[in-house]
Design a protein around this ligand. Structure first.
Ligand SMILES: Cc1cc2nc3c(=O)[nH]c(=O)nc-3n(C[C@H](O)[C@H](O)[C@H](O)COP(=O)(O)OP(=O)(O)OC[C@H]3O[C@@H](n4cnc5c(N)ncnc54)[C@H](O)[C@@H]3O)c2cc1C
Length: 357
């Protein structure tokens, strides 16, 4: 079978790339996903926070654009916003932390408001005991409908002619003429362009393709959901304490929390570590007395994938000409997916459909 573009991975990276390629009118696209359903790994197991301002300006360029697309999605992606605007709050104990957040928000035109300690306590009274210099509040951030977003990319892609194949693990890749030949258990494909959008397995796929892949770091992070708690205000903004390394948001009458852990773990569906709960308790204590005796109802762990400099890798491989990377989406791939898909599609189309100008 011959295709123009074979995308390996049906998470946000692969689905958003397929969406923007197909809505530009490109045909001959296939998405190959190993699992029985798309979104079985990071794209279906994240904290769903829409955070417009990230750690670096490279990332904020993507998250601010991605957040705008979530608020006003293209109609073929979704007729309604894909984010509930509860707002979001980035807290710091250091003035420098808050100044850097504010500078990035201003540089990328993200609506924000500086909160002093009293303003923060008014917004999050339950956490009035935590150590904080102040915070920056983002009224347009909130909680992403991650399922609706991923399914929206896939549904619209299928409607535009993309074939999405699940249970299709890519087992081998080799150069074949100007393109590449890929095999899954059931088929052999020849693709003009192969997109590695395999999340934690990007390095594995790169090695399979004989590419000189960067040494991706795959880092485990735990998420916890508390028992139902009458104090939860469903409309409260998410809150991320940047200097103490903990975040939380309301989730169905309970709290969703993470202690921002990141321990190296090989690519896989990671197990929950027995010490993760202890680590969470230590961090939660830093939020003051209001969060000290939470009982936890469930927890899970998943991997975030980073390049060595933590910038996402979106671009053509330097040695293997047909190979394109959409990898290293770290902790912002849900928010930034639209911007990443747009960027990837633009670069791929520029080579596959050069302007005759
Ligand atoms: C705990 C946690 C919390 C997070 N919270 C947030 C958040 O609040 N906000 C936010 O914006 N982002 C968040 N993220 C980040 C976001 O979830 C990721 O950046 C994003 O989901 C990565 O998407 P992906 O498509 O690169 O990877 P994945 O979703 O992992 O998709 C890769 C796919 O490739 C498939 N695959 C692998 N190997 C093969 C093969 N050989 N053949 C075929 N298919 C293959 C896998 O099965 C998988 O489905 C969080 C991540 C984690 C882990």
């Amino acid at each position: 079978m011959r295709v123009k573009v074979a995308i390996i991975g049906g998470g946000f990276a692969g689905a958003a790339t397929a969406f923007f390629l197909s809505r530009a009118g490109l045909d001959g696209i296939v998405v190959l996903e190993r699992e029985p359903v798309c979104g079985a790994h990071a794209s279906g197991r994240n904290a769903a926070m829409c955070r417009s301002v990230a750690e670096t300006s490279q990332w904020t360029a993507l998250t601010s654009r991605g957040a705008a697309l979530l608020r006003e999605p293209p109609p073929d992606l979704s007729p309604a916003p894909l984010v509930t605007r509860t707002g979001g709050i980035l807290v710091g104990t250091e003035r420098a932390t808050l100044a850097s957040v504010e500078a990035q928000a201003a540089a990328f035109g993200v609506r924000h408001q500086r909160l002093d300690r009293a303003g923060l306590d008014a917004r999050w009274p339950l956490l009035s005991g935590m150590a904080a210099e102040g915070a920056v509040s983002f009224p347009d951030d909130g909680v992403i409908d991650v399922h609706g977003l991923l399914q929206g990319y896939l549904r619209a892609s299928r409607a535009a002619g993309v074939e999405v194949v699940t249970g299709a693990e890519v087992l081998s890749m080799r150069m074949a003429g100007a393109g590449m030949e890929l095999t899954t258990r059931d088929r052999t494909l020849h693709a003009d362009c192969v997109v590695i959008a395999a999340g934690a397995w990007a390095g594995v796929l790169g090695a399979l393709a004989g590419a000189d892949a960067p040494p991706f770091a795959t880092l485990r992070r735990h998420l916890f959901v508390s028992a139902r708690d009458r104090r939860v205000d469903a409309d409260a903004p998410w809150l991320w304490h940047l200097d103490e390394g903990i975040y939380l948001r309301p989730e169905s009458g309970a709290w969703l929390l993470s202690a921002c852990d990141e321990d190296a773990h090989p690519p896989s569906a990671p197990e929950v570590s027995p010490v993760a709960l202890e680590h969470l308790a230590e961090r939660a204590a830093l939020l003051g007395p209001g969060m000290q005796s939470l009982s936890i109802a469930r927890s899970w762990a998943c991997l975030r994938t980073f390049t060595p400099d933590r910038r996402p890798l979106i671009g053509w491989d330097r040695q293997r000409r047909p190979l394109f990377w959409v990898a290293g989406l770290g902790g912002h791939g849900a928010t930034a997916s639209g911007a990443i898909g747009e960027l990837a599609a633009e670069s791929i189309l520029a080579r596959l459909r050069p302007s005759t100008g």
